[in-house]
Design a protein. Structure first.
Ligand SMILES: Nc1c(NC[C@H](O)[C@H](O)[C@H](O)CO)[nH]c(=O)[nH]c1=O
Ligand SMILES: CC(=O)[C@@H](O)COP(=O)(O)O
Length: 158
């Protein structure tokens, strides 16, 4: 289903586990900062809304989305981290650079979760333009950060 047909901030909150003791690493790409800060706020607000403790949410910045997989690996390797949320926004430019970054980031993040057997969430927007990004970072289509956070919570309750 296309995001335009669903709101990223609307989800079922049935069967949500107690996450008071859970520790979350959140990685935030500095590229497209206006967007990624909105995504980060959405993720944190959602975690806190469902009972996470502020002192159990650990933020680290990365230069760009391409660095998310390596940083996710560093966090996932920490025994005390229960889940990692990767926040980024890769906006299509004039060249194929977009394709290479998006593929590398998606595959890299997937592999980290599989390697460390814990939720490593893809909270990365890959829009064609700035407006599509704004629409998904607290705009008319909701906030991808909300979706990433509730996904982490649900996976911890698997
Ligand atoms: N163009 C975007 C980038 N580019 C930077 C890369 O992510 C990476 O930091 C660089 O290639 C050095 O390894 N990153 C984004 O997150 N979003 C973009 O739109
Ligand atoms: C996704 C990117 O790296 C992109 O913003 C770079 O832009 P361009 O393809 O015009 O160099």
């Amino acid at each position: 289903m296309a995001t335009s047909l669903k709101n990223l901030s609307q989800y079922s909150d049935k069967n949500i586990i107690d996450i008071k003791s859970k520790k979350f690493g959140i990685l935030v790409s500095e590229w497209n900062e206006e967007i990624t800060e909105s995504l980060f706020s959405g993720a944190v607000d959602t975690l806190l809304k469902h009972g996470a403790q502020k002192e159990n949410i650990f933020r680290k910045n990365v230069p760009g989305s391409f660095e998310l997989p390596l940083a996710a690996q560093w966090l996932a390797a920490m025994e005390e981290i229960d889940a990692v949320i990767c926040i980024g926004c890769v906006i299509q430019g004039e060249t194929r650079h977009f394709d290479f970054i998006c593929d590398a980031v998606a595959n890299g993040i997937t592999n980290v979760g599989l390697k460390y057997n814990k939720p490593v969430i893809f909270g990365v927007l890959t829009p064609n333009n700035q407006q599509q990004a704004l629409d998904r970072a607290g705009g008319k289509h909701g906030n991808k950060g909300d979706e990433a956070a509730i996904t982490a919570i649900k996976m911890l309750g698997f």
